[in-house]
Design a binder for this molecule. Structure first.
Ligand SMILES: [Fe+2]
Length: 413
């Protein structure tokens, strides 16, 4: 059933968004469909922080789905996104993670592109001693690097393959946009990176980020040291498309004060204490008491505030059962030395070996291993009801269902 839709024979259960077929995480034809219909479709894909390429000529290589992409600051200061594939024979044009260049030269045959992707010169174009060379009819103007649409929002750089993607602020919607701006209110500095390979389909990690239900159950560090409990004030915002979400919580002030000001961090077990309470000592830097904000933008981008640990997470699919996860940590350009130290210490909470997010790197693999052979079966998503809407609780899977609403819309399933 390779029809015009993206279903590839997957039949969605009658329960709707309260069920998710396991085949979606394992079927190679679904994976191929996602590349075309989602990542190269009418969405905005995160590429980098603008602060990573501050100077004209600065570039970074990354991916949109499977597709290799160069993001480069042009000599006029604008940001361009180009497919990282030589128009000649398909080699990577930029093979380094980052650099600075006036021109982009393919290593294979020295075809040279400007920073807008235009082909500027071809080695031996006129041949050697009047022999060989390109035909007279060869037009360099017809052989540039494919250029993508670029949008920058609050210092986040996005690109789209599709003219049908709406303007970025309309794509985000006002509620999500406000929460993006909340954690990017002024110039930032990039403080470091982590990368990890996850042994699971990319969507399992997307779901994990949208799943506030698991946080205090899977992550014993959170609960033991009262950093994140579902009893805390908080909630979930889901945008109209379903594809974006924000989860947030507010630490009760008496807990916050005790945790921050002395070593008396209370735990579920009275004998459990952090030997060094400065690990979680921080500041209410945004002035609203929100100590945890996880935000996702469809299809595969996450922004994290875990106390004062700020990061963006780029989720890159690498086949049906493997995903690369890239963490980029940031602070603000005007952070003082004490704030630098707070962020550095709290960076121990997240990342591949983080006291909290360690488990997220493993749990998707547990699912991927368990759904082998589960063709025709589906997972259950009924916490917080069966619909998609913002809720004043985090004991819900509303934003996970929201992802699947946007996914089905994009895939035509
Ligand atoms: Fe988690």
């Amino acid at each position: 059933m390779a029809a015009a839709d993206g279903s590839h024979g997957v039949v969605w259960p009658g329960e709707g968004l309260a069920r998710v077929p396991y085949d979606l995480y394992t079927d190679p034809s679904i994976y191929a469909g996602e590349q075309a219909r989602i990542f190269r479709g009418p969405v905005w894909n995160f590429l980098c922080l603008a602060a990573e390429i501050p100077v004209p000529g600065d570039y970074k290589t990354t991916f949109i789905g499977d597709t290799p992409v160069i993001v480069v600051r042009d000599l006029d200061g604008a940001i361009n996104a180009l497919e990282n594939r030589c128009a000649h024979r398909g080699a990577l044009v930029c093979y380094k993670a980052r650099g600075n260049a006036r021109m982009l030269t393919c290593a294979y045959h020295s075809w040279v592109y400007d920073l807008k992707g235009g082909l500027r010169s071809v080695a031996f174009e006129r041949g050697i001693n009047g022999q060989g060379g390109m035909p007279d009819s060869f037009a360099k103007s017809a052989h540039g690097l494919k250029r993508l649409r670029v949008a920058e929002y609050a210092g986040l750089v996005f690109a789209s393959f599709s003219d049908a993607a709406p303007a970025i602020d309309a794509y985000l919607g006002p509620e999500i946009a406000a929460r993006v701006e909340r954690v990017l209110p002024r110039p930032i500095k990039v403080t470091g990176y982590n990368r990890q390979l996850l042994a699971n389909n990319w969507k399992l990690y997307v779901e994990n980020n949208k799943d506030s239900y698991h946080a205090s159950l899977l992550h014993t560090f959170f609960t033991t040291f009262r950093l994140n409990r579902l009893s805390q004030k908080g909630g979930i915002i889901v945008d109209a498309s379903g594809g974006h979400h924000v989860s947030y919580s507010i630490m009760a002030s008496e807990q916050t004060d005790r945790a921050y000001e002395d070593a008396a961090i209370r735990s579920a077990k009275q004998d459990y204490r952090l030997a060094d309470a400065s690990l979680v000592a921080g500041r209410d830097e945004f002035g609203d008491g929100i100590s945890l904000q996880i935000l996702s933008i469809f299809p595969a981008f996450v922004m994290q505030q875990v106390q004062n640990s700020l990061a963006v997470r780029q989720i890159l699919p690498k086949g049906t059962g493997q995903t690369e996860l890239i963490w980029t940590y940031y602070g603000f350009a005007d952070d003082d030395a004490a704030m630098d130290m707070i962020r550095l210490k709290q960076s121990n909470l997240v990342g591949p070996a983080g006291y909290v997010s360690l488990e997220d790197g493993a749990i998707g693999g547990f699912v991927q291993r368990a759904i082998a052979g589960a063709t025709g079966q589906a997972s259950v998503l009924e916490m917080g009801g069966r619909g998609v809407e913002s809720q004043a609780t985090r004991a819900t899977e509303t934003s996970v269902r929201g992802f699947w609403r946007a996914y089905r819309q994009a895939m035509g399933i």
